[in-house]
Design a binder for this molecule. Structure first.
Ligand SMILES: C[S@@+](CC[C@H](N)C(=O)[O-])C[C@H]1O[C@@H](n2cnc3c(N)ncnc32)[C@H](O)[C@@H]1O
Length: 259
């Protein structure tokens, strides 16, 4: 854990570190990788990210927590003259990506809080549903770490779920249920609200260039194994409110720029 503080101007406090067990998180993702890769499908959110990405030939893009590399495959296809770099905590995702992406990507096992790159190395960074995998007080440190490795003028695209204000009973219930999931209860995962993201992004000295919401399919089976009557009752109500309609949730996309 001391490694987290190495060379940091503002060390993370001991109480925050105690909550965050990197080995636990890594073991979690090593064990989930194969199943996650099988179920992770291309979605309208990936398509929108691809539309928003602007890369010039020779540009270096870093994706943090690329996981099943579903978006990576299309980024490489759309921008064959740019360099795609992917960093993930889990070796098993690196292996999956090596098979899927071949030699067209630079893949690195590492931790978002301690990026193994020189300052101002990248022209763009992307993270999709990856930097919420920390306790709340540590997420701003991850945003600052990403700021460091970007060149001035570079963009950072953040795509996260559960940030939007609930608009109806279905949103409210889904939001309440996702808070009962295991990593949340353990304090190892936190979904900031849109306003909390904005505050963190600005604290890290990024300028927000765009913020938008986009609907994504919400797989209610994800909530099946949450223990307790409270979760079960909420899930039953949520399922009945969606009925035969396809269930969705809102993602938030931020485009941030390093001045
Ligand atoms: C929910 S998955 C999202 C994967 C991918 N971005 C996607 O859109 O499907 C979270 C990813 O973040 C990675 N991850 C979790 N904690 C990390 C950390 N501290 N540093 C780097 N990657 C991390 C996990 O291994 C996993 O691949």
């Amino acid at each position: 854990m001391e490694d987290y503080c190495k060379g940091r101007e503002k060390p993370i406090s001991l109480s925050d570190m105690k909550q965050f067990d990197l080995k636990y998180m890594r073991d979690h993702w090593e064990s989930q990788a194969a199943g996650y890769a099988e179920s992770r499908k291309w979605s309208g959110v990936d398509a929108r990210v691809l539309e928003l990405l602007e890369l010039e030939p020779g540009d270096n893009l870093l994706e943090i927590g690329f996981g099943a590399c579903v978006t990576a495959e299309q980024i490489i296809r759309k921008f064959p003259k740019s360099r795609y770099w992917g960093l993930d905590l889990a070796d098993n995702f690196i292996r999956i990506a090596r098979n899927r992406l071949g030699g067209s990507a630079f893949l690195v096992q590492g931790n978002t809080l301690d990026l193994p790159f020189k300052p101002e190395s990248f022209d763009c960074a992307l993270e999709m549903d990856a930097i919420h995998h920390f306790p709340p007080k540590i997420i701003p440190e991850a945003v600052k770490e990403i700021f460091k490795i970007l060149k001035p003028g570079a963009k950072f695209i953040i795509v996260e779920d559960w940030g939007a204000e609930p608009e109806d009973k279905r949103d409210e219930l889904a939001n309440e249920i996702q808070k009962l999931r295991l990593l949340k209860r353990q304090g190892l995962e936190y979904h900031p609200s849109d306003n909390e993201w904005l505050e963190m992004i600005e604290d890290a000295e990024f300028t927000v260039r765009l913020m938008e919401h986009i609907e994504r399919h919400l797989d209610l089976n994800l909530f099946e194994n949450i223990p307790g009557d409270k979760a079960r009752d909420k899930l039953d109500e949520l399922c009945s409110l969606w009925g035969n309609e396809p269930s969705t949730t809102k993602m938030t996309i931020f485009i941030c720029e390093k001045p």
